[in-house]
Design a protein around this ligand. Structure first.
Ligand SMILES: [Zn+2]
Length: 129
């Protein structure tokens, strides 16, 4: 597994533990999508090893899919270290997320407008590097 992949997965697990599933998926999904077969297998193994982390400690979700809040991201772009994506929240409202992929940065916010999310990504001053 490439170091950058592992970093992204660790970051996603960290966000998941903080119950920020949207941001976690936003960071994990592009990594999983670009992985080749070999790396894909490694990612699956890593995910299995970290199921406890990814499932969180929220017992209400027991028996539910691993990622109950798994949204479908559209228009995923990367601006510097920040990923921006559009998705529908649990109530069918369009939301726009910006999440920094740098370790220890912790920047991630949801916006009601795509322009606001992209502006936040562009003006983000990263504290994670
Ligand atoms: Zn950052």
């Amino acid at each position: 597994m490439r170091p950058s992949t592992l970093r992204a997965l660790n970051r996603a697990a960290e966000l998941t533990r903080q119950n920020r599933l949207t941001e976690a998926m936003l960071i994990a999904e592009p990594v999983i999508l670009v992985a080749d077969d070999i790396e894909g297998a490694e990612i699956r193994r890593w995910l299995l090893d970290h199921v406890a982390d990814l499932a969180g400690e929220n017992h209400e979700t027991e028996g539910a899919p691993l990622m109950p809040a798994n949204p479908r991201f559209r228009r995923v772009v990367r601006i510097g270290p920040v990923q921006v994506a559009t998705y529908y929240d649990g109530r069918g409202r369009e939301k726009h997320a910006a999440a920094c992929t740098a370790p220890r940065c912790g920047f991630s916010t949801d916006y009601d407008s795509r322009a606001a999310a992209e502006l936040a990504a562009r003006t983000h001053r990263c504290s994670g590097r």
